[in-house]
Design a binder for this molecule. Sequence first.
Ligand code: 13P
Length: 253
Amino acid sequence: MRKAIIAGNWKLNKTSREAMTLVEELKREVLDVEGVDIVVCPPFTALGDVSEVVLDTNIALGAQNVYWQDSGAFTGEVSAPMLKDLGVRYVIVGHSERRQYFGETNETVNKRLRAALSHGLTPIVCVGENLAEREANRTFDVIKDHCGGSLANLTTDEMKKIVLAYEPVWAIGTGKTATPEQAQEVHTYIRQLLGKLFDSEVAQSIRIQYGGSVTPENIVALIAKSDIDGALVGGASLKAPSFAAIVKSARKN
Ligand code: 13P
């Protein structure tokens, strides 16, 4: 049985002070929750402060990106050792907003996730089609390209340490969630693909989150699907009550 994992991607939101207020509230709300991995991914500037608030709690810390070099003349970048030093355990790589606005490609996603793995960080690797691609019936082609390229040359042991997130771009921040059936269809496809690219053990053990307008209302039907193992939550993770409600509904039976 795969343990559910709910991660909050705060994107470009919250000063350090606001982040601490949010996570203090969240900490109280999810105090007794077991059986679900809970992750918050604040912006880089709030990681240090949030790290202290979540120390020795059931909330793990994640970052929203990582550079592939450990150090050097790379102005503006943040490396895996720097994240580790702050107590970060997860890192989102290849989010569609990075692919869309910051020139992220499968190749750079692959470099970032390798850097994360080599420093013991768990990458949350995002894949997903945009609206034009879905309407052109190219969803599976895009998923195949994103998975094949982003996960290139990983060993099966490395693959087992990764979390995948299926995020259809048309469902992100739009209030237009994929139906549980649409999401399940793609998750099943991803699992079959991983069986071919790696092996059946990888395919069965890897956790695949769904992301795109997840709310306390729609999580129940999404998580009930056999191949959906959690959620990567944007907007609804910015308020403690809604994120906590999603976490509490996420246990897999
Ligand atoms: P929303 O939940 O705001 O649609 O964002 C989803 C997302 O991009 C999470 O990474």
